[in-house]
Design a protein around this ligand. Sequence first.
Ligand SMILES: [Cu+2]
Length: 478
Amino acid sequence: MTLRKTLIVWLILTAAHLSAQDRLRPITVNLIAEPRTVQILPGDSTSVWSYTGSSEGGGRQSLGFLPNSHLGPTISAMQGQQIKIKLTNQLDQPTVTHWHGLDVPADMDGHPAYAFPTGESYSYSFTISNRAGTYWYHPHPDMATADQVQMGLAGFFIVHDRNELALNLPSGAADLPLCIQDRTFDSANQFVFNPSMMHGFFGSLVCVNGQPNYVQNVGSRVHRLRLLNGSTSRIYKLAFSDGTPMVIIGNDGGLLATPNTKPYLMLSPGERAEVWADFRGKPLNSEIILQSLSFSGAGMNQGAALDVMTFKIVQQVTDNRSLPANLSSIPAYNLWEAVNASNPKSYPITQANGHYVINGASFSMEYVANNEVARCGTLEVISVSNPQGMMHIAHPIHFHGRQFQILDRTVVPSSVANWNTVKDGYNDSGWKDTFMLMPGETVRILVRHGKNPGLFNYHCHNLVHEDMGMMRNFRLNP
Ligand SMILES: [Cu+2]
């Protein structure tokens, strides 16, 4: 066979194989939320709650498993692929699952109204419209989200698309989903969850994919790190111990337009970032620590310097890849295009009845205020402000079902000194579904509302705050 014929046959076979078989065949996943016992620390085993799962169809790699982890299986899918997920509740309390960052119909989104009891199942079914990115899933029942996530219920949901695959970014063992969570263990190796109502929960050990003192063995090549802050309350200021800057290629909604190099990366609960970690030239057996640096003014217990995990170079390999100059296409929204450009929706963070609230009142299952209604498909500007003052702390704010753009950040003069300890790590370009808000700071976002009508949540992703009522409904009308 001539080279030309060989190439044509190869192209036909590859296209048929990827598009028809692996890429767009519907995926069926069975997930069970259940108690398990796992070995995390030496000695006694630890009782956790886990998503366990199995899959049918959708190619070989629709479900992956993080090594030695009690976190949920990693669901992988292509943009445009249909997925059915049957979730069975074997916990001793109601649960419901939210597909964080994905644009799905209201009854598929994990609104607390859809929580279902022990022994029952809920069938999720949706087509993945999101672009390639690092999304995740976790429980979302009213007043019990923090408990359930803290017990171990969380997993990655990774979406691929053709543009992203064509970039040939590091894959396989060089594509590393890393979920950062802090935990406290008692003397019998059981989880301790003792949050403060105002500040949240701060564990004494940082875990990655469920394990403390996490060491990731790597070759001396480029890795794609998919960092997820799955912690209940703790904010991280991530940096490499050898001073290598953070080369950020993605955030909540997938790849940025172009790589963004920062001295450190702020990651508040719920946020994700993808980092181009270049370990080429590192000597064999050398170690690079992913640290969280100190910062100030975000609240009691926030901002302590600590080590998150270690990368250990265990193999010398040749890697000739180069960082793409252009990663993806992101059309910029403009303020003047917003239907409410001259009258932004304004959601201040305040306190009521001894806890934090957003837009003036605590969560109530069905209630929607006048300024929490919009029409599907419209572009709006929304302003979220965190007044400076006594007991004002940083909050991560998440809007369900949509990816938006950060229009701007402003900060009052008295908060600038603290703000300066975090501002260079905000990863604000591209698509976001969660953003961090320091005391004294106001963030304006431009959001194109989705096509799915119904009730969606927006809330603080400090899960203790969310459970205390720092959550609201937003209604999309057709
Ligand atoms: Cu909060």
